[in-house]
Design a protein around this ligand. Structure first.
Ligand code: MN
Length: 707
């Protein structure tokens, strides 16, 4: 096991100013926290965090990242708490450790291959600080290096997950060496036969041709010398997995592949890089279509390099990468290069991308669309920044826009699930349906088949899919409700004159009134566009006296207005004669009349000059006033009809009825009606309340609906 001095030596080599005391403290803290825990290999558990820290020291990362690596499993696996780490090591480190813990928790959810892309996005989206992701990648690399001590099925599961998720992620943040090694470690677990056969091929090839690598390095060195370029040339056999992938992609056999060897020319400066390219192309033939200049057009993750493939010795194809030393660091360690230290200084590598800037850039949109590939890559990344990714109980990932609620989630799975949603659990806890979902949460929808979408849901959802499904359902529901109500009103209206509302009678009436069908007629009666009286008239005009002409509606008089002031009732409280009122001068709209106890008045407390004392004119007025009552009633045939009849018997008009809530046993409806005054309203209310099937009747007020 690496001890703390070994680790400090590693760190001091690139960062003499390191806070050794803090690293020692983190080491002791982690050692104590993991005391008594062992890895599958039998080693003390703490050997793992130290190795992860050492891996990150190799990329020359800052103290905060090294300490986070030492502590990365303490919150998850030991008694240590966020608060403890915050107190001892500060909030930067506490937040980093917390971030790694969250990513670790996600691992516990099983992931199907088809979900891999979403899962990668989720991990990126959750890693607000890229250092969290870097620690997680190093963690995974060490776990994969030591995977042999796991049971076989677990090895395959982890290798699969790593191949699908972590290796591509390492590539995305530009940590190429981690990506290559992860892929090869997975390859060894997932397809050992294929890997062995490639290894054997290398051995045969070396036996046939000798080791070509030093020979080619020398050739390249000579070509460079002729152009006076001093550079470091290296060569290597490519990793078995990368050869395997090429063979699969191109369908070519091992011998025909050009990608068996890779060579690298590291120059002192950019000018030399281009001279080196010229030297290589002059000496060997370039293979068309294999030349890429990522120095003049770097990738978004900061990668810069010239890549070319040439036809080398014995017509063997050889891939060559050319770049400067600084570009090389970025090419190998990607965004990590930003934190890298050299000689005790935060090493300002001009090619390192600022990771915060990089992540933010994904959000802000991409102005520089010169390189279409880069743009595409960018768009793919950008898409998830305003999204959240949540899990179904079975581990599938559902991808939603930010601000989405469990209702959006339910509709994203299936319309039927959305329609019948009655509640939700997030990470096992009951939550209100308006709760905004966050990344990585596991969401369970609670359903009841009798449930219907609620009008209030429309304001809770953000996805178009949920919105249109809710509207469609409400429209159908609304109409069905009106038809039911219309049927009741029709029954009562015709009953009064001793007739029955048979299907035949209703169809005839619809035809007489020029309406499409019986249901259209009933819906119109239900919405009071057609009255019960109209219906009776259409069928039995001889039985009815002409109904009296609707009296025109004189404005209700209030006392206290100044000359020329006009008044309108406030929509929030809809005041009625008999109630205490007050007027608020609203510029351009005259005087708005509120009841004295209206909550909306609070908004005007600071403007006493705009308040006017008003009272209703004494005496009887025939004018009617709009008001709304909210009724909670049993879901029972006939109740609606009785209510409408009661209201009609009290000589009030129903302007509209809407359903706001439909539970299996109860309905909540709002009835807009016209009454003469407060007493009139109270009589109606009392009459309705007296019905055994009515749970409550309240005067509906909506302070938000202020005017
Ligand atoms: Mn770990």
């Amino acid at each position: 096991m690496i001890d703390v001095d070994d680790l400090l030596d590693l760190v001091r080599a690139y960062n003499p100013q390191t806070d050794a005391d803090l690293i020692r403290e983190a080491y002791s803290f982690g050692l104590a926290a993991h005391k008594g825990q062992f890895r599958k290999s039998g080693e003390p558990y703490f050997s793992h965090p130290i190795e992860v820290a050492a891996l990150l020291a190799e990329v020359k990362l800052d103290d905060a990242t090294i300490i986070t690596a030492l502590l990365h499993d303490t919150i998850e696996d030991t008694g240590a708490t966020y608060k403890e780490i915050d107190t001892k090591f500060g909030d930067e480190i506490a937040q980093l450790v917390d971030g790694v813990t969250k990513l670790t928790n996600l691992e516990l959810s099983s992931v199907e291959t088809a979900q891999a892309e979403n899962f990668r996005k989720l991990l990126l989206a959750m890693s607000k600080d890229v250092r969290v992701l870097l620690v997680k990648l190093a963690d995974r690399l060490h776990n994969m290096r030591t995977i042999k001590s796991m049971p076989g099925d677990k090895q395959r599961k982890k290798a699969h997950e790593t191949m699908e998720i972590y290796a591509p992620l390492a590539g995305r943040v530009g940590m190429q060496y981690i990506r290559d090694e992860l892929e090869d470690l997975c390859f060894a677990v997932l397809n050992p036969d294929a890997r062995n056969s490639i290894m054997r091929r290398f051995i045969t090839l070396r036996a046939e041709t000798g080791n070509l690598i030093p020979v080619i390095i020398e050739d390249i060195g000579k070509a460079l010398a002729r152009h006076d370029v001093l550079a470091q040339v290296t060569g290597r056999e490519k990793r078995p997995y990368s050869i395997w992938r090429k063979m699969e992609e191109t369908g070519q056999g091992f011998h025909r592949l050009s990608d068996i060897y890779g060579f690298r020319i590291i120059t002192k400066n950019e000018r030399d890089a281009y001279i080196a390219l010229g030297a290589v192309h002059q000496r060997w033939k370039a293979i068309p279509g294999r030349f890429k200049d990522y120095i003049s057009q770097p990738k978004t993750n900061g990668y810069r390099s010239i890549q070319t493939t040439v036809s080398g010795r014995d017509a063997k194809r050889v891939e060559v990468q050319i770049r400067t030393h600084e570009m090389h660091i970025v090419a190998e360690s990607g965004v990590a290069a930003h934190w890298a230290y050299r000689d005790g200084e935060r090493f300002k590598n001009p090619f390192a991308v600022d990771p915060f800037h990089w992540l933010r850039g994904l959000i802000d949109g991409f102005e520089n669309a010169e390189n279409p590939n880069e743009y595409l890559e960018h768009v793919k990344l950008e898409m998830f920044q305003d999204q959240v990714f949540c899990f179904t109980p079975k581990g599938a990932v559902i991808n939603l826009p930010r601000g989405a609620t469990p209702i959006d989630f339910a509709y994203a799975i299936h319309t039927r699930i959305g329609d019948s949603c009655v509640g939700a659990k997030i990470d096992g806890k009951r939550v209100p349906l308006w709760t905004r979902l966050r990344n990585g949460q596991s969401v369970e929808i609670i359903r009841a088949d009798s449930q219907r979408p609620q009008p209030s849901w429309e304001d809770m959802v953000v996805t178009g899919r949920a919105k249109s499904a809710i509207r469609r359902s409400l429209r159908d529901e609304h109409k069905a409700g009106h038809i039911r109500l219309g049927a009741e009103i029709a029954r009562v209206a015709l009953g009064k004159i001793g007739k029955k509302a048979t299907d035949k009678a209703l169809s005839t009436a619809a035809k007489n009134m020029g309406l499409g069908s019986k249901d259209d007629l009933l819906a119109q009666i239900g919405t009071t566009q057609v009255t019960g009286n109209d219906l009776a008239m259409a069928l039995y005009p001889e039985l009815l006296k002409k109904s009296e002409v609707k009296g025109e509606k004189p404005a209700a008089e209030v006392v206290g207005l100044k000359e020329g002031q006009s008044h309108i009732p406030a929509k929030c409280c809809k005041p009625l004669p008999g109630e205490r009122i007050v007027g608020i001068i609203a510029r351009g709209r005259g005087v708005v009349v509120h009841t004295i106890d209206c909550d909306a008045l609070e908004a005007y407390e600071g403007e006493p000059d705009n308040w006017i004392d008003l009272r209703w004119t004494e005496g009887m007025s025939t004018a009617t006033h709009n008001t709304t009552i909210e009724i909670i009633m049993a879901n029972d045939a006939g109740v609606l009809g009785r209510i409408c009849t009661l209201i009609g018997e009290h000589n009030a008009n129903i302007a509209d009825i809407h359903f706001t809530d439909r539970k299996p046993d109860f309905y909540r409806i709002m009835v807009d009606m016209q009454v003469r005054n407060a007493t009139h309203m109270m009589h109606i209310r009392t009459a309705i309340e007296a019905d055994a099937d009515i749970a409550s009747v309240i005067r509906y007020r909506n302070p938000k609906n202020n005017r």
